[in-house]
Design a protein around this ligand. Sequence first.
Ligand code: FES
Length: 138
Amino acid sequence: MNLDDLYRETILDHNQSPRNQGHLEHPSKTVGLLNPTCGDQIQLELLVAGGQVADIRFNGHGCSISMASASMLTEAVKGHSVEHALRIAQSFKKFLMGESSPVDLGDLAMLKGVSQFPSRVKCATLAHNALEKGLAEG
Ligand code: FES
């Protein structure tokens, strides 16, 4: 399997078996965000406790890139500190602009190819922007 196939397979896998999709029973924060260019939207439910993203779920509707990216993001931040979660969101956005990431992005790194399609960068970063918004709201 070459690298392009691996990228494709991983994105497909997150679409077919999204991680952490659904609802939390008692979220401490819920944040929604709309991609104004297409009308797709995502909602994140967060359980933040003791400075940690103890649990997270996503729901909404969007293209395969936005949904795969949301699934990957939830995996990357769940169980980590709020600080680390924010670093992931910020590093991923820079990563799509060609910078190397100082933190392990996990499966999110498989979305590297999106950087060649500027119109899709908004799709890939929708969940990240929602997470930043949710965590910034204190
Ligand atoms: Fe709407 Fe990708 S086309 S989020």
